[in-house]
Design a protein around this ligand. Structure first.
Ligand SMILES: Cc1cc2nc3c(=O)[nH]c(=O)nc-3n(C[C@H](O)[C@H](O)[C@H](O)COP(=O)(O)OP(=O)(O)OC[C@H]3O[C@@H](n4cnc5c(N)ncnc54)[C@H](O)[C@@H]3O)c2cc1C
Length: 431
C-alpha cells in the first residue's frame, strides 16, 4: 500500500552513526524519516527522495533486575524487549504483535494486553538517550531535559531520535486467555453483555471484541465456519483467583457460543496474534475513540462488519480506561486517557483491486459512529489518508500548546516530522 523511494537508507549501529546520519541529512537539505519496526500504518518510516535513518540493527536490551529497569536500544522490536525481560520474570507492557517496533509504539503511547493493569508503554519511559536535530546527544530524565521526557511520552517522533530507552518493568505473570466465538445473529447480544461488564470490570482484565467473517478452513466448529461472527477475547492473570471468578461470570452471561480457555506465559501471549497480520498483504486501518456503546452503536457496528468487501479484516472493539485513565497530562503528553473504547476498522486484503472499496469501507465504518465519537485521536493509529494537520484535535489545545514549546526548544526548524506533526511554537512563549 505504501510505495516510496528514499534517496538513502542509513543503517545505523551506534548512537554516533545516528548523529552522523542526522548531520548529513541536515547538511544535504534532504527530508528525513526514522525507522524502528516499520509498522507505522501510515508508512511514516519511509520518505520519498530523502534519508531513512534506520535503527533496525540497534536492538540490544540490558536488564537491571535489582531496580527493575530495562535499557532498550531504539531499534528494538517488542519481542527483543519481551525476551530479555521475561528471562528475569519481568515485563514492560506493550503492544499485541511481537514484531512491532518499540520506539514508534512507545513514543506514541502503546496500548496492549496489560495496559489496563499497568498503563501505557509510554508511562514506563523513565529516561531516554536522544539525538537532536543538530546531531547532538542528550539524556532526558526526571533530572534533566524533563520537558523532553514529558514530550517523548506520547508526543510521537517529533523531537529527536531515541537511541536508547530506560523503561520501568513490572512482574511477569502467567496469563489466562479465554475466547468466545458467537454467530453473527448473536453478535449484538454478545456485545451488549460485554458492554455491561465494562461497568464493573477489574483492571486485571483486557477485553476485545472482533467482528469478522470466518473462513471455510478456520479451525472453529463447523456451524461457525464461513459466516459473520463476533470473536471475543478476555485476558487476565491466571494467578489471581478473583479474576478467574470474574471471567467465569463474564462468560456465563454471554449468549451461547464456542469457548476456549488457555493458560500461557506472557511471552506466548505477546506472540499470540502474530500470524493474523502476515507481511505482504494490503492493509488499511481507520480507528477512533468511542465514548459509549449503546444499542444503536452496536447495531451499526454489526451492520458495518457485514458490509466489509473483503473476507479478511475485522472491526475491533477494545475496552480501555483502568490504569490508562489514571495517568496525567502533567506527567506525559499522551492525550486521551478518559476514552472508554477504541474501535478500529481493520481492512486487509490481497488483491489491489480491493484498495478503493476496502479503504472506503473502513472510513464508512468509522463515519457511522460519529455520534458516539470521543474527542481526540491516537497518533499511532493515524492512517494513510488522514489529514496530518489535525494535531490540535488529536492532542487537545493544552497538551498541543506545550508540545509546540518543547518542539521550539529541541527542533525549532521542524526537521523531525512525527506520526502527527507538531509544529514549533513561533511566538516564543515560555511555559
Ligand atoms: C500489525 C500492527 C500491530 C499493531 N499493534 C499495536 C498495539 O497493539 N498497540 C499500539 O499501541 N499500537 C499498535 N500498532 C501501531 C503502532 O504502535 C504504530 O504503528 C507504531 O508507529 C509502530 O512503531 P514502529 O517503531 O514499528 O514504527 P516505524 O514505522 O518504524 O516508525 C513510526 C514512526 O515512529 C517514529 N520513530 C520510530 N523510531 C523512532 C526513534 N527511535 N526515535 C524517534 N522516533 C522514532 C518516527 O516518527 C516514525 O515515522 C500496530 C501496528 C501494526 C501494523
Amino acid at each position: 500500500m505504501i510505495d516510496r523511494r528514499p534517496a538513502l537508507i542509513a543503517r545505523c549501529r551506534t548512537t554516533s552513526d545516528v548523529s552522523a546520519a542526522v548531520r548529513y541529512t541536515h547538511g544535504a537539505g534532504l527530508p528525513v524519516s526514522v525507522r524502528c519496526g516499520g509498522h507505522n500504518v501510515a508508512g511514516t518510516s519511509v520518505v520519498d527522495g530523502g534519508v531513512v535513518i534506520d535503527l533496525s540493527l540497534m536492538r540490544e536490551v540490558r536488564i537491571d533486575t535489582e531496580n527493575r529497569i530495562a535499557e532498550a536500544d531504539g531499534g528494538c522490536l517488542l519481542r527483543d524487549v519481551d525476551l530479555a525481560t521475561t528471562a528475569h520474570d519481568l515485563i514492560c507492557p506493550a503492544g499485541v504483535y511481537s514484531y512491532t517496533g518499540l520506539s514508534g509504539l512507545a513514543l506514541g503511547g502503546g496500548y496492549g494486553w496489560r495496559a489496563r493493569k499497568w498503563g501505557l508503554t509510554c508511562d514506563h519511559i523513565i529516561g531516554a538517550e536522544v539525538v537532536l536535530a543538530d546531531g547532538s546527544v542528550v539524556e532526558a530524565s526526571e533530572e534533566q531535559h524533563q520537558d523532553l521526557l514529558w514530550a517523548l511520552r506520547g508526543g510521537g517522533g517529533n523531537f529527536g531520535i531515541v537511541t536508547r530507552f530506560r523503561l520501568r518493568l513490572r512482574p511477569a505473570e502467567r496469563m489466562l486467555v479465554r475466547t468466545g466465538l458467537y454467530a453473527g445473529d448473536n453478535a449484538a447480544a454478545a456485545l451488549r453483555s460485554y458492554r455491561k461488564f465494562t461497568g464493573t470490570l477489574s483492571d486485571d482484565f483486557h477485553l476485545l471484541g472482533g467482528l469478522r467473517h470466518t473462513r471455510p478452513a478456520d479451525p472453529v466448529p463447523e456451524e461457525l465456519r464461513d459466516r459473520p461472527v463476533l470473536d471475543f477475547l478476555s485476558i487476565c492473570s491466571a494467578d489471581d483467583g478473583e479474576s478467574r471468578a470474574e471471567a467465569d461470570a463474564l462468560f456465563a452471561a454471554m449468549p451461547e457460543g464456542a469457548t476456549t480457555e488457555t493458560e500461557m506465559t506472557y511471552l506466548e501471549l505477546q506472540a499470540m496474534c502474530d500470524e493474523s497480520a502476515p507481511d505482504g498483504r494490503r492493509y488499511y486501518t481507520k480507528s477512533g475513540y468511542v465514548s459509549e456503546l449503546d444499542d444503536e452503536a452496536i447495531d451499526r457496528l454489526v451492520a458495518a462488519a457485514g458490509a466489509n468487501p473483503s473476507s479478511t479484516g475485522s472491526i475491533d472493539i477494545e475496552f480501555l480506561l483502568g490504569a490508562i485513565s489514571r495517568g496525567s497530562a502533567e506527567d506525559s503528553a499522551f492525550p486521551q486517557r478518559q476514552a472508554p473504547f477504541m474501535v478500529s476498522a481493520y481492512g486487509s486484503w490481497d488483491d489491489a483491486e480491493l484498495d478503493t472499496p476496502g479503504i472506503a469501507w473502513a472510513r464508512r465504518t468509522m463515519a457511522a459512529l460519529r455520534d458516539w465519537e470521543h474527542p481526540g485521536g491516537y497518533v499511532n493509529y493515524i492512517s494513510l489518508e488522514d489529514n496530518p494537520g489535525d494535531a490540535v484535535e488529536t492532542y487537545g489545545t493544552d497538551i498541543y500548546a506545550r508540545l509546540t514549546r518543547v518542539k521550539r526548544q529541541y527542533d525549532p526548524r521542524n526537521f523531525f516530522r512525527g506520526t502527527r506533526a507538531v509544529i514549533p511554537d513561533t511566538h516564543g512563549n515560555s511555559r
